[in-house]
Design a protein around this ligand. Structure first.
Ligand SMILES: [Cu+2]
Length: 294
């Protein structure tokens, strides 16, 4: 039964849901995951700019297709309902329509594939990087190396919940964040020492597997100073959720200043690393047999 009151209520509900979604999407603008987030994090690199734009284009195509199918459904429901169309037709083939519903989806996929492949090659590697960073995934922390800076390297470990200071983010903040300069094309090498990890920074559009014996490559050019968070997003064992990524993007001058300090601070990193590793595995009571593998 068609009822105006019911229809009006349904309309109000739809408007409320749309407005609510818009508010949540606006709230979700931060370079970190936030409660009730729906959209993606705002882009901070040219790669992510393009990824977001491509995502939005696809959303339009998906929306139009969904609208078209919904229209067809509504038409069939109304036009061929029982009281209006009591004797069904026995039509079973229509060559023109069958050709169309094969060819049109193929064309749509081709239209999507062209920008998609362009973007994949753009993301793949930077032609002329200004600097290089090497990321190594371990169970369950990251090591960052600056090969251009006399081998500067350090480990980046999660700050346990009990040690969090005010303002630090649970499961996201680390003791030694990766520090990078803005407006610099950075080549990122990613490798691993045990199981497969994945170095994933949503707002950079960077997601690279960390695999033992392999050197995977990606790149990033951070556009604005800020703090950006990511996480290992390849199930890598018992502490998979406890190896976050924190990146501080700073001005080029600040980066040079930081380099000076960091070279002193991490001068004895190589000797200290084994001790850290032993301490870490003792603290978690872990060994290789506990890793989930991939
Ligand atoms: Cu991992």
């Amino acid at each position: 039964m068609f009822n105006r009151k019911v229809a009006f209520r349904a309309l109000v509900m739809i408007v409320l849901v749309l407005v609510g979604s818009a508010v949540l999407v606006t709230l979700a603008r931060a370079a970190e995951p936030v409660p009730w987030q729906i959209g993606m994090q705002p882009p901070a690199t040219p790669v992510k700019d393009r990824l977001s734009a491509f995502h939005d284009e696809l959303l339009v195509i998906i929306f139009l297709i969904t609208l078209f199918v919904l229209g067809l459904l509504l038409y069939v429901i109304v036009r061929f309902r029982h009281d209006r169309h009591p004797v069904p037709t026995r039509t079973s083939h229509n060559t023109v329509i069958e050709m169309l519903w094969t060819v049109v989806p193929v064309l749509i996929l081709v239209i999507i594939a062209i920008p998609s492949f362009k973007l994949m090659y753009y993301m793949d590697r930077a032609p002329n990087p200004d600097m290089t960073i090497k990321v190594t995934g371990h169970q369950w922390y990251w090591t960052y190396e600056y090969p251009d800076q006399a081998g500067l390297s350090f480990d980046s470990n999660l700050i346990p919940e009990a040690d969090l200071k005010p303002g630090q983010k649970r499961l996201l903040d680390v003791d030694n964040p990766l520090v990078v300069p803005v407006d610099t094309v950075i080549r990122v090498y990613v490798t691993g020492t045990d199981v497969i990890h994945s170095w994933f920074i949503p707002s950079f559009g960077v997601q690279e597997y960390a695999i033992i014996g392999r050197l995977n490559e990606s790149w990033m050019k951070v556009e604005h100073p800020g703090v950006y968070y990511g996480q290992c997003n390849q199930i890598c064992g018992i502490n998979h959720a406890f190896m976050p990524i924190k990146i501080e993007a700073v001005s080029k001058d600040d980066f040079q200043r930081w380099l000076g300090d960091a070279k002193k601070k991490f001068a004895h990193h190589e000797e200290g690393r084994d001790a850290v590793r032993v301490a870490a595995s003792a603290a978690t009571g872990s060994d290789r047999s506990q890793s989930a593998g991939n």
